[in-house]
Design a protein around this ligand. Structure first.
Ligand code: S3P
Length: 176
């Protein structure tokens, strides 16, 4: 049963903000895989990358996605931007969730990510070019994984959420 809603998309596409508000409107739980990874590791994402590199982070991410897919119900799940790198993550998410791709232009992402210090992958001098490159490389993976796509970036969150609810064709919580 697809009782969960998984949000995927590039860093800075608004998965956490949209996810929290969507969950409130639908009367569902909200979780973030990045938060669960930090709980599991007992350290921050930045520290995980520092001590174990991206490999260690992806190992933890796969573990968390498996456990969420096995156990979560009626939950909005905000996934890390790189969740699509490992096909097994998408297979598992698909078994329990409708997957929504929050798509944002590279220009808008650049604006939103210019000063982020919590994203180790962007900790490099050519951040701007790298965002463009990585976004272009990942876009086909997000598109292939998603049940449907909603544009974010330069429109109000309320409009994004209204569109999601309409496309999901489900009822809102009466007491949101
Ligand atoms: C990553 C995105 C981050 C976090 C990690 C790696 C990625 O999550 O999981 O830094 O590979 O795109 P957000 O998309 O929430 O920033």
């Amino acid at each position: 049963m697809n009782s969960n809603i998984a949000l995927i998309g590039f860093m800075g596409s608004g998965k956490s903000t949209v996810g929290k508000r969507l969950a409130r409107r639908l009367g569902r739980r909200f979780i973030e895989t990045d938060y669960l990874i930090e709980q599991e590791a007992g350290k921050s994402i930045v520290e995980i990358f520092k001590s174990g590199g991206e490999n260690e982070f992806r190992r933890l991410e796969e573990m968390v996605v498996k456990s969420v897919s096995d156990t979560a119900e009626n939950t909005v799940i905000a996934c890390g931007g790189g969740v699509v790198i490992r096909p097994v993550n998408i297979e598992r998410l698909k078994a329990s969730a409708v997957i929504i791709y929050l798509q944002t232009s590279a220009a808008a992402l650049n604006e939103r990510l210019a000063f982020s210090r919590k994203r180790p992958l962007l900790d490099r001098p050519d951040r701007k070019e790298y965002i463009r490159e990585l976004e272009a490389a990942r876009r086909p993976l997000y598109e292939a994984a998603a049940d449907f796509t909603v544009r974010t970036g330069n429109r109000p969150f309320a409009a994004v959420i209204n569109e999601i609810i309409k496309k999901l064709d489900i009822n809102e919580s009466p007491n949101h």
